[in-house]
Design a protein around this ligand. Structure first.
Ligand code: CMP
Length: 139
């Protein structure tokens, strides 16, 4: 399905290791426009709220701990076919299975510390973008 916007966040491992600029460069070079961006440090409860859809999964508690372990960089991005094209750009959730040249292949350390998130549908892109940017002007 064609869409114009997706939601992403650069995760704590990639931010802490100083990869924010390199990752944003790859995103822009792939034709995405950054329409909203900030840097935040989530509490475990906020991380749990964001990933509530995964609360029954065995990795949920560790995921909340990891996602609140340091600052992240949430963004809303714009491009034709944004959701699908962005998931191609970041590669598989598990970096061991990610294609060469993808952001996760380049920067992710493990299936949990996987450098970056990308929404999996238009509907979730809107929900996730609103989680961080509701009421904030987007350019
Ligand atoms: P993300 O695409 O942000 O969506 C959910 C996150 O949970 C995922 O990236 C990983 O960080 C994490 N995750 C998914 N599957 C696993 C797993 N099997 N073990 C640990 N963490 C996982």
């Amino acid at each position: 399905m064609t869409t114009n916007r997706t939601y992403t966040m650069i995760k704590p491992d990639a931010v802490a290791e100083g990869h924010t600029g390199a990752i944003i460069k790859l995103i822009e070079e792939a034709g995405f426009r950054v329409v909203a961006i900030k840097k935040v440090h989530l509490t475990p409860a906020q991380a749990g709220q964001f990933y509530a859809v995964h609360q029954e999964r065995p990795f949920y508690n560790d995921l909340c701990k990891y996602m609140s372990s340091g600052p992240i960089v949430p963004m809303i991005l714009e491009k034709d076919n944004a959701v699908a094209d962005f998931r191609t750009l970041i590669g598989a959730t598990n970096p061991a299975q990610a294609a060469e040249g993808t952001i996760r292949k380049l920067f992710a350390k493990s299936i949990e510390s996987n450098a970056i998130h990308g929404s999996d549908s238009d509907e979730n892109a809107k929900i996730e973008g609103d989680f961080f940017f509701a009421g904030i002007e987007q350019f």
